[in-house]
Design a protein around this ligand. Structure first.
Ligand SMILES: Nc1ncnc2c1ncn2[C@@H]1O[C@H](COP(=O)(O)OP(=O)(O)O)[C@@H](O)[C@H]1O
Ligand SMILES: Cc1ncc(COP(=O)(O)OP(=O)(O)O)c(N)n1
Length: 553
C-alpha cells in the first residue's frame, strides 16, 4: 500500500454524542433481508438509531447464494446521497457493498464534500457464498477510499486483500495485517475472526496511530445463521459510536448485541442456507412487541371497566338517602364511624406509598395525601361524631369551614379549621370508638396487604378508587344529578356533601389519576394487569363500604 493513501490529519467535526443517531447506510440490497441495506436498517434500529439508505446495487440473492447483481446508474446513487444530505443531518455513515470503481468514485466524492462525522467502511468484496460483490478491478479504488473512513471492518479475506498479503492463517498474523492497514490509512481497523477455524470468534480493534490493539474474545456460537454478520456489525458500530462517542465501547456493545442476535438467528427459520441473525431478538424478549396504552387510554379503560360498580353505588339506598336528605342520622353516624377507622389506616397505606415512591414528586404527593386524610378529613369526622353537626346538633346544619378539606386523601394547605381534633385524646377516643365492620375490615385488609407486598405501582392503583369514586360522586351530587335536594343549603348533611365536591380534593384526584395511569402506561403488561386488578378490587370494596351502613341498620 502506498504512503499517499494515509489519511490526512482529521479536520472534520468531532463526533457529537446523540441519543437517536441518524445513520445512513450506503450499501447494496439483499432481497432475502439478511445482509446489505436490509440488515443495516434492522441493525441501526435494533441498537437505537434512525436508519436511512442509499442503494448502490441490487442483488438477487437468498441464504444460499447470489444469483445476480444489477448496478443502477451511478448518477442516481449521487442523487440519493444528495437528497439525504440536503435535508437531514447525518450523524454516521456505514458503507457496505460498492460493486464497482464508478460507484466508489461517487461515494468518495460525496464523503469529501459532506464530511460526515463518523464513517464506518465494511469493505465488502465476496459474500460467504463465494460470490463477488465488488469487481476485481475495483480493489485499487477501494483502497483509495479507505483513508476517508474512521473505521474499516474487513473479514480475514478482505483484510488480506487490503494489506496486499496472503490470507492470515493465525490470529496474530491477522492483527499484524490490521496494523499495516491502519498505519497506511490512518483509520482504525477492526480485524474480524468470524472466518477463523476453531472454538473462538475473536475481533481486534487496531489503531496504529495510538499503538493500541483492543481484543474482544468470545466463544464461537454454534450456528449456521451467519448471513450478514459483517453488515450488521458495522452498522451497529456506526450507530453506537454516534451515540457513545467511544470506539471501544461502541465495538464492545455492538458485538454483545450481534452475539445475542446470532444465538437466536436459527429460530427465525429463514432459508435453507446460511440464515440471517435475529436482529431484534434481544428487544423482543426484553421489551415485548405489543404496543402499550397511553395514560389517557388507561384512564378511560379503567373508568369504563368499573361502570357496573359505579352504577351499583349510585343505586344504593345509602347514597340516594344521603343525596335527598332522607338518610337517618344513625346509619349516617355508623358510616362515619367506619369511615374514620378506614381513614386512619388508609393514611398509613398512603404513607407507605410515599415511602415506596421512586421520585420526590410521588413521595410528596402521597405524604401530603396521608396528612390530608388524617388532619383534614378525620377532624371533620371527629366534629360529626362529637355531635357538632347534622340533624339534631343545633348548629344550623350549614356547611362548616372544615368542608374546604376533601374526602379521602385530599391535601390540606393550612391548619384544620375544625374544632374537634383527632390529636385530642378525648376526640380520638370518640372518633375511633367503633369496631370495624366486615366491609371496613375487608377493604383495609386488601389495602394493607397490597402495601405489605411492596409493589409501588400496584399500591398506587389500589388507593386510587378512594379518590376517584368520591370525587365523581361529589361532582354529580353538586350538579344535582341525584336530585335538587342535594343543592339545598338546608340539607341535613350539607356540610358533609360539601366535602365531596371540594375543589382541592378534585385537584388531588386529577393528580392521583395522572400519576397512576402514567405508571400503568410504563409498566409491563403483567404489572399493568396487576395494577388493574388492585384498582378493580378497591372499587368493589368502595361499593361494599357504601352498602354496609344500611345493611347493618
Ligand atoms: N459463529 C460465530 N460466533 C460468534 N461470532 C461470530 C460468528 N460468526 C461471525 N461472528 C462475528 O461476526 C462478525 C462478522 O465477522 P465475519 O464473519 O468475520 O465477517 P463478514 O460477515 O464480513 O464475513 C464478527 O464480530 C465475528 O466475530
Ligand atoms: C447486498 C449485500 N451486501 C453485503 C453482503 C455481504 O454480507 P456480509 O455481512 O459480509 O455477510 P456474508 O453474507 O458475506 O456472511 C451481501 N451478501 N449482500
Amino acid at each position: 500500500m502506498s504512503a499517499d493513501v494515509r489519511r490526512a490529519p482529521h479536520t472534520r467535526a468531532v463526533p457529537r454524542v446523540r441519543r437517536v443517531p441518524r445513520v445512513l447506510s450506503i450499501a447494496g440490497s439483499d432481497p432475502s433481508g439478511g445482509a446489505g441495506i436490509q440488515a443495516d436498517l434492522k441493525s441501526i434500529a435494533a441498537v437505537g438509531g434512525y436508519g436511512m439508505s442509499a442503494i448502490t446495487a441490487l442483488t438477487a440473492q437468498n441464504t444460499r447464494g447470489v444469483r445476480g447483481v444489477h448496478v443502477p446508474p451511478s448518477a442516481f446513487l449521487a442523487e440519493q446521497l444528495d437528497a439525504v444530505a440536503d435535508d437531514i443531518t447525518v450523524d454516521a455513515v456505514k458503507i457496505g457493498m460498492l460493486a464497482n470503481a464508478e460507484v466508489i468514485g461517487v461515494v468518495a466524492g460525496w464523503l469529501r464534500r459532506i464530511e460526515p462525522p463518523i464513517v464506518v467502511l465494511d469493505p465488502v468484496m465476496v459474500a460467504t457464498s463465494g460470490d463477488r460483490l465488488l469487481d476485481a478491478d475495483a480493489e485499487a479504488a477501494l483502497r483509495d477510499l479507505l483513508p476517508l473512513a474512521d473505521l474499516i471492518t474487513p473479514n480475514l479475506l478482505e483484510l488480506a486483500v487490503l494489506a496486499g498479503a496472503e490470507r492470515a492463517s493465525t490470529w496474530p498474523d491477522a492483527i499484524a495485517q490490521a496494523e499495516a492497514v491502519s498505519s497506511a490509512t490512518g483509520a482504525r481497523v477492526l480485524a474480524k475472526g468470524g472466518h477463523l477455524d476453531g472454538a473462538d470468534a475473536p475481533d481486534a480493534l487496531v489503531h496504529a496511530a495510538s499503538g493500541t490493539v483492543v481484543s474482544f474474545g468470545g466463544a464461537r456460537i454454534a450456528t449456521t445463521a451467519t448471513h450478514g454478520t459483517g453488515c450488521s456489525l458495522s452498522s451497529a458500530i456506526a450507530t453506537l459510536q454516534a451515540e457513545l462517542g467511544d470506539w471501544e465501547a461502541a465495538v464492545g456493545e455492538a458485538r454483545r448485541w450481534l452475539r445475542e442476535s446470532l444465538r437466536h438467528g436459527a429460530s427465525l427459520e429463514v432459508g435453507g442456507g446460511h440464515g440471517p441473525v435475529s436482529h431484534f431478538a434481544g428487544l423482543w424478549s426484553r421489551g415485548g412487541v405489543r404496543t402499550a396504552p397511553t395514560p389517557d387510554e388507561i384512564e378511560s379503560e379503567w373508568w369504563a371497566g368499573i361502570a357496573d360498580v359505579r352504577a351499583a353505588i349510585d343505586d344504593l339506598p345509602f347514597i340516594r338517602g344521603l343525596a335527598d336528605g332522607t338518610l337517618a342520622r344513625e346509619p349516617f353516624l355508623g358510616y362515619l364511624a367506619q369511615d374514620a377507622l378506614y381513614l386512619r389506616d388508609y393514611a398509613r397505606v398512603l404513607a407507605e406509598a410515599s415511602r415506596l415512591a421512586p421520585d420526590a414528586a410521588g413521595q410528596a404527593f402521597w405524604a401530603n395525601s396521608a396528612h390530608g386524610s388524617l388532619v383534614g378529613e378525620l377532624e371533620l369526622h371527629a366534629d360529626w361524631l362529637a355531635g357538632a353537626h347534622g340533624p339534631g346538633a343545633g348548629d344550623g346544619e350549614g356547611p362548616i369551614d372544615g368542608g374546604r378539606t376533601g374526602t379521602h386523601g385530599t391535601s390540606v394547605d393550612g391548619p384544620a379549621a375544625s374544632a374537634a381534633s383527632v390529636a385530642d385524646p378525648l376526640h380520638a377516643a370518640a372518633t375511633f370508638a367503633a369496631e370495624p365492620d366486615a366491609a371496613t375490615t375487608a377493604y383495609l385488609d386488601h389495602l394493607l396487604a397490597t402495601a405489605a407486598r411492596g409493589d409501588y405501582a400496584v399500591l398506587a392503583a389500589a388507593v386510587l378508587p378512594c379518590f376517584w369514586i368520591y370525587v365523581d360522586l361529589g361532582e354529580r351530587l353538586a350538579a344535582g344529578e341525584f336530585g335538587a335536594q342535594a343543592l339545598d343549603p338546608g340539607h341535613p348533611y350539607a356540610s358533609w356533601l360539601a366535602t365531596y365536591s371540594d375543589p382541592a380534593f378534585a385537584h388531588a384526584t386529577r393528580e392521583a389519576i395522572g400519576l397512576v395511569t402514567r405508571l400503568a402506561a410504563d409498566a409491563t403488561p403483567e404489572r399493568r394487569a396487576a395494577m388493574h386488578r388492585a384498582f378493580r378490587i378497591s372499587s368493589e370494596h368502595e361499593r361494599a363500604f357504601f352498602a354496609a351502613p344500611l345493611a347493618l341498620h
